[in-house]
Design a protein around this ligand. Sequence first.
Ligand code: UDP
Length: 243
Amino acid sequence: MRSQVEIVGVNIDNTTIDEASKKLEDFLGEEDLSMVFTPNSEILVDAVKDPYFTQVLNSGNLVIPDGIGVVIASKFYGIPIKERVTGYDLMCKLIEIAHNKDKSIYFIGGKEGVAEEAALNIIQKYEDIKILGWHNGYFDEEEEEIIINNIIELKPDIIFVALGAPRQEKWIYENRHKLPAKIAMGVGGSIDVLAGRVKRAPAFYQKAGLEWFYRLIKEPRRFLRILKLPKFILLSLYDAKIK
Ligand code: UDP
């Protein structure tokens, strides 16, 4: 049975990175597509205002707590989440699993050149990994049809989708019956980190739960987005109290 905590209406899996990785291995052996989402505080604030987005997140087969805010909020509901599992770390695990199990990957999203740089960095680490293709994340409806047809032809086992939230989650959900893969995972800015265009916070910030602070210093234009963290804490506190 799935152990989940409902936080502001979204069911989050109470899992460790090792348990989540095991689940991904299981998904690769299944017939149907499994959808993997990685909500953080910012995404959950957006979901509160967007019932369709909440529904999409709740359709995920694995919904990991990507952010210190989500871990804190779980305590308000009396079900403390075991650990923070970041989308970036889980994506790296899935790439490692793909390599070990000889499974293929397709990337969709990011600015022109980003997915290719990410793919080249992965190939440097895992020489014989199967990366079947990629496409940037800026396309219109007509191009989208071509991209999906290309994916249908290539039949990748894993599709990493980096279109920013909530677009990537909705894109996966709306195309779930067309995508001939075992796993589709929304990865957001992790693709930029993989490509080496954005640096992840040093371990100190990560361990202290201050990754958001590091990002704020590095990218001050994120200020308004980061304000969603205290907003999320208040929203979840209120939601937990009335339940
Ligand atoms: N992105 C995209 N198409 C879009 C919007 C965003 O490909 O229409 C990409 C963007 O280039 C970046 C990624 O989505 O690589 C993550 O965007 P965002 O900053 O929203 O995500 P976060 O950093 O919060 O994960």
